[in-house]
Design a binder for this molecule. Sequence first.
Ligand code: NAD
Ligand code: IPM
Ligand code: MN
Length: 348
Amino acid sequence: MALIALLAGDGIGPEVTAAACTVLGALALDLRFEEAPVGGAAYRVAGHPLPPETLALAERADAVLFGAVGDPAFDALERTMRPEQAILGLRKELGLFANLRPARMFAGLEDASALRPEIAGRIDLMIVRELTGDVYFGDKGRGLTRTGLREGHDLMRYDEVEVARIARTGFEIARTRSRRLTSVDKANVLETSQLWREVVNEVARDFRDVTLSHMYCDNAAMQLVRDPGQFDVIVTGNLFGDILSDQASMCVGSIGLLPSASLDSEGKGLFEPIHGSAPDIAGQGKANPCAAILSAAMMLRTSLRMPEPAGRIEAAVAAAIAGGARTADLGGTLSTGAMTDAVLAALG
Ligand code: NAD
Ligand code: IPM
Ligand code: MN
């Protein structure tokens, strides 16, 4: 029986993970859940956003189902104690270097996209975001300049091994799709990006069946709204991938739709919606649970090797949406619970 670490976290995290668990429960799979506090919720009870017991559970489990962390009550804490450190710590400690963020247009949802329907209609892309390097994990600090001005820094850095392994992931995923890979960087300005491009080109020699192109991040942001259908797989660094995936979510209708898988080199992983704790709607039953439900499906397919129930969940979400089920973020009136019920009904 597979052990799932359930880390619900803050804000809408518990609301959407509960929905995902309800859907998993309806499939009567051989799963066992163990819960642990994380983020602001953990800081409240244990004085730390990622208590050792929570990390130990995540390490012991076959997969982690994660909600979201972040709480305005803790925004003033020093950086290392903020709720967000919990997800960064989990990614680093578990070696989850590959973050897969698929974005596709659901039939019938073209009206919810921020783009015109004829532009949005073609979107089916996968952002492969490097997750344990970049400015997120480079040297950080505060100090004073020689003239006494306060300064802060976050070092952007990658080594060639880090770039090569995420590039490989990008190429391998491209191989299972349309064999087109776009590497996004800022090689016209950044040294890290020049190394990135160099290494991606080297890895490309092992994947001659995949068509590789390079694009600067600023152009990629523009192309994503001009003609998102041109993209299949995008591979990029931690910071650019963070930003581009939020942007991609609005191209397909809402950030409440995008799931993600964060994987280590063996395919073990943490699964979470790409959105955060959404303090503005937390506790109101307004959150769209689809991103969390689809994350659970990614968990079944990727870490637990249960493609059949994964496919059933994905089909049920698509069917519920095609049938008109819409939370407020999609222009509808359904609560989190009612949207979950619509998915359950489609599941049959
Ligand atoms: P957010 O993703 O939480 O919310 C951005 C906007 O999208 C808000 O208006 C919110 O209401 C809406 N939204 C998000 N998820 C939704 C859903 N499922 N259904 C409907 N609407 C949804 O980003 P933010 O407001 O910038 O950040 C809030 C907190 O979350 C911060 O503390 C941030 O650090 C944290 N955060 C955590 C994660 C994570 O845990 N992986 C990811 C992103 C942000
Ligand atoms: C995400 C979030 C996180 C990130 C934050 C909360 C650390 O925005 O998962 O997309 O920047 O990676
Ligand atoms: Mn983000």
